[in-house]
Write a protein that binds this ligand. Structure first.
Ligand code: PEP
Length: 247
């Protein structure tokens, strides 16, 4: 278990102001569990409101545009997310890659834009079931990271990596603990090759059907520094079950 596990909830396209009570409850409970760093990524429309409601937990965005401003109807820049109260942004989520055709090159540009604006980055990577079955999972995941990350930087200060096998997201299926540990070890190895000893400080989260029931076993693994949680972050009760398992 990491010294201070990082548990991040991704609300995806869920939540209106009625859900602010969940954020408040998560925040209040997190103040009693300071050994765990807790954060929420609500939809853009709730970033400002959540930021105003909470005292302890971090607030982030689920995406940002690669450019700073301009004629991009419906898009949000990194600076806008920051201005609304976000301190980090999730980039490269498989739902963005699949539903919006985001390429590694675009994600690299978004990472640069987020850094330029002063946002921390949670960079997602993960293989499909077919890639895992073909024995290509590790090469695919490391390839995604190499393609999206700058070659040299003090990345440990702003980067968190989230390993999220696509086939485990929202399905109730989870890789074996051996497979999670092997992938996290490979990611740590790549980060060390790229950034040297500082990579020991870069947090690597696991995401994909994390729940209170499986969180402790996953979080106990070497090189698992926390979790990125989708479905189980939508209620304070479910999410706090994971926070308590990390404490
Ligand atoms: C996610 O999409 O980031 C995720 C981990 O979802 P879930 O927890 O619902 O599998």
């Amino acid at each position: 278990m990491a010294e201070r596990p990082y548990i991040v909830g991704n609300w995806k396209m869920n939540g209106t102001r009625a859900m602010l009570s969940e954020a408040r409850a998560i925040d209040r409970a997190s103040q009693r569990h300071m050994k765990v760093e807790v954060a929420l990524a609500p939809p853009f429309t709730l970033i400002h409101a959540v930021h105003r409601e909470v005292e302890q937990i971090g607030v982030g965005a689920q995406d940002c545009h690669a450019l700073t401003e301009g004629a991009h109807t419906g898009d949000i820049s990194a600076a806008m997310a920051l201005d609304a109260g976000a301190k980090f942004v999730i980039l490269g989520h498989s739902e963005r890659r699949t539903n919006h055709g985001e390429s590694d090159a675009l994600i690299r540009d978004k990472v640069a834009a987020a850094r330029e604006a002063g946002l921390q980055v949670i960079l997602c990577c993960g293989e499909s079931e077919a890639q895992r079955d073909a024995g290509e999972a590790e090469a695919h995941v490391l390839g995604q990271l190499k393609a999206a990350l700058p070659e040299s930087d003090n990345a440990s200060e702003w980067l968190t990596v989230a390993y999220e096998p696509i086939w485990a997201i929202g399905t109730g299926r989870v890789p074996t603990t051996d497979d999670i540990a092997a992938m996290h070890g490979a990611i740590r190895g790549l980060l060390t090759d790229m950034y040297g000893d500082a990579a020991a400080e870069t947090r690597i989260l696991y995401g994909g059907s994390v729940k209170a029931e499986n969180a402790a076993a996953i979080l106990a693994l070497a090189d698992v520094d926390g979790a990125l949680v989708g479905g189980a972050s939508l209620t304070a009760e479910a999410f706090l079950g994971i926070v308590y398992a990390a404490a």
